[in-house]
Design a protein around this ligand. Structure first.
Ligand SMILES: Cc1cc2nc3c(=O)[nH]c(=O)nc-3n(C[C@H](O)[C@H](O)[C@H](O)COP(=O)(O)OP(=O)(O)OC[C@H]3O[C@@H](n4cnc5c(N)ncnc54)[C@H](O)[C@@H]3O)c2cc1C
Length: 383
């Protein structure tokens, strides 16, 4: 089977590797400037922490299990270091206890941590902590290393990679074709949309609907992150009242402060956050991890890929199975597992039962009724 995968970041690179490993003839097309993609600006927390409804929780658990089973063996892509959350503010304490209770009830590992245990795990942490919980099964990924890993696997299995912008997809009775901005035309048996926020327009070019939440200032699809220079840091994922912290490649950290996201502008020049946002990150870092006070940091704007109702869109988009999609938020957690299952479905027709509720075809019809369903992550424990 000849398949063109549009998008070469976490979902596209993983799907290409899974398809090529199963013997498909794969071409991957990605834009020359993927720096603004969701994958290059992700917090990379591998979790099923606050995922509703339960069918979506089950999907994220499958993603997590895949990391523990498969990706933990690949050097440098996944650190199974766990996550600790320290709540001091009353609202945060309430939400942490409710989440911990729900997750424990679902059989998800949760540990109650005393102040002494928290200090032993993260000696430099000075965040207020009336209640602390550990989520030892969670971990962190390095998305750019994962993409390089999957790209190398796909190449080794014969996939070819093209750089260019796809301007349109055509579906015919016996196959599909994509056209690039430079006029190149690729024909295939099927096309897979792994193009993040570009997926909606590409589906529309084929006459199909795949609505996603368009990023606008402060909406759920936009959020700030910051990266720090090498220096004192935490050794696992840490969530506190006002700052989330995790180790990053190269000795620094990635920081997130969801309540700051209310005015994040997706059109900020160069994707850079305003100076006041960088200052807010620096101030919170000095409070929470005083050893790291003054560490240089850079704050930027990320754009989330969110189908219109907030849930993944995975599977055939058209009725004949010529156009497929893997379009999702939490794509670092979900992408590698979704890629495996989607490759199998594309080549054998077998759909994983867990994917039942996530057909892209549910998104056909008026979007307005569902447009507001995506929830803006603003509180600790969300993403
Ligand atoms: C601030 C933030 C924090 C996040 N935190 C987490 C987290 O902690 N855990 C987690 O699991 N997930 C997290 N996510 C979500 C996760 O990063 C995304 O779901 C995932 O990266 C989506 O990957 P993708 O490959 O589908 O899309 P993208 O990474 O956006 O890649 C799509 C690619 O397609 C290309 N493309 C688009 N249109 C075209 C076209 N017409 N022609 C050719 N190429 C095209 C783009 O250039 C891009 O390279 C976060 C996202 C953000 C923004």
């Amino acid at each position: 089977m000849r398949i063109v995968v549009i998008g070469g970041q976490i979902t596209g690179s993983a799907l290409a590797a899974s398809l090529a490993a199963r013997g498909a003839e794969v071409s991957v097309v990605d834009r020359p400037d993927p720096a603004g993609s969701a994958t290059t600006r992700s917090y990379g927390w591998i979790n099923s922490h606050k995922k509703h409804p339960e069918s979506y929780h089950a999907l994220n658990v499958a993603g997590l299990e895949h990391y523990h089973r498969e990706l933990v063996k690949v050097p440098g892509v996944f650190e199974a270091v766990g996550h600790v959350e320290a709540a001091g503010a009353p609202a945060h304490v309430t939400s942490l206890l409710a989440r911990a209770e729900r997750l424990a009830g679902l059989g998800y590992p949760v540990e109650r941590l005393t102040a002494r245990e928290l200090r032993a795990l993260e000696p430099g942490l000075r965040a207020p902590a009336r209640e602390s919980r550990g989520f030892p099964w969670e971990g962190l990924a390095h998305p750019e290393v994962l993409v390089a890993h999957f790209e190398a696997l796909a190449r080794a299995d014969g996939a070819r990679h093209l750089t260019g912008r796809v301007t349109g997809v055509e579906l015919g009775g016996h196959g599909a074709a994509v056209t690039l901005a430079d006029g190149t035309r690729l024909t295939a048996d099927a096309v897979a949309l792994c193009a993040g926020l570009g997926s909606s327009a590409l589906a529309a070019s084929a006459g199909l609907e795949l609505p996603t939440v368009a990023p606008t200032t402060g909406n759920p699809a936009v959020g700030y992150l910051a990266t720090t220079a090498p220096g004192p840091r935490v050794s696992r994922l840490v969530t506190t009242d006002r700052l989330n912290l995790r180790p990053h490649t190269g000795g620094g950290m990635i920081l997130q402060a969801l309540d700051l996201d209310v005015d994040a502008d997706p059109a900020a020049p160069g994707g850079q956050a305003p100076a006041r946002v960088a200052e807010a990150f620096a101030e919170r870092l000095a409070e929470v991890l005083p050893d790291a006070a003054g560490t240089p940091l850079r704050a930027y704007v990320g754009r989330r890929v969110i189908p219109a109702d907030g849930l993944p869109a995975v599977g055939p988009v058209d009725d004949a199975g010529r156009l497929w999609a893997v379009v999702t938020h939490s794509g670092v957690t979900l992408g590698p597992w979704l890629a495996e299952r989607t490759a199998r479905e594309m080549l054998t027709g077998h759909r994983d039962p867990l994917l039942g509720p996530f057909s892209p075809r549910r998104l056909r019809g008026p979007v307005t009724a569902r447009g507001s369903a995506a929830h803006a992550p603003r509180e600790p424990g969300e993403q």
